[in-house]
Ligand binder design. Structure first.
Ligand SMILES: [Zn+2]
Length: 174
């Protein structure tokens, strides 16, 4: 049987104080290690309003509707800047809130192949098109990519579509 050669895979959880730093060996005999670094993080909440609908989808979100989105941006550094910050909150607001206001706020966000896109453009409505469905997940990725391209140490972006529904995008090495 194929299962005869399978080995048991153990999962261990190591709880350490937040100030711990260094490399810890869980099981030196098997060369299994965890690296643990100190990390500073800052979070800022921003908002924008948008309309969207999901293309090729059968649920109620296929109908055009709107959200008052809360966007939480999370930045992280292992060492602070000379001024003692991860990123200046004012810099975050100036950059990210401006992007949301100027590119997404009070606009209709649609998948590029959604036929509503052309209609709304004909009627002079401001439309933002995406290469993917305009889900909260894809919006989080789009905002993340914008901030990352500006060179800030972005760790994750959360988009809260409603007070109880949130999507997050992050990158392992961020
Ligand atoms: Zn929606």
């Amino acid at each position: 049987m194929a299962s005869k050669g399978l080995k048991r895979i153990g999962v261990r959880i190591l709880l350490l104080p937040a100030s711990s730093a260094g490399i810890f060996s869980l099981d030196p005999g098997r060369r299994r290690f965890i690296t643990w670094f100190d990390m500073y993080r800052v979070f800022k909440n921003l908002t924008f309003c948008y309309a969207h609908r999901l293309w090729n989808y059968s649920g109620r979100c296929a109908r055009l509707h709107g959200h008052n989105a809360l966007v939480q941006v999370d930045f992280a550094r292992t060492a602070l800047t000379p001024t003692g910050m991860v990123v200046d909150f004012d810099e975050i607001k100036a950059l990210v809130q401006s992007y949301l206001d100027e590119e997404l706020d009070h606009r209709t966000i649609l998948f590029r192949d959604d036929p509503l896109t052309e209609k709304l453009k004909e009627w002079g409505e401001p439309v933002v098109t995406m290469d993917q469905n305009p889900t909260a997940e894809n919006l989080a990725r789009m905002i993340f990519d914008f901030v990352k391209a500006k060179g800030l140490p972005i760790a994750s972006v959360q988009v809260w579509e409603t007070p109880s529904s949130c999507a997050e995008y992050s990158e392992r090495n961020a």
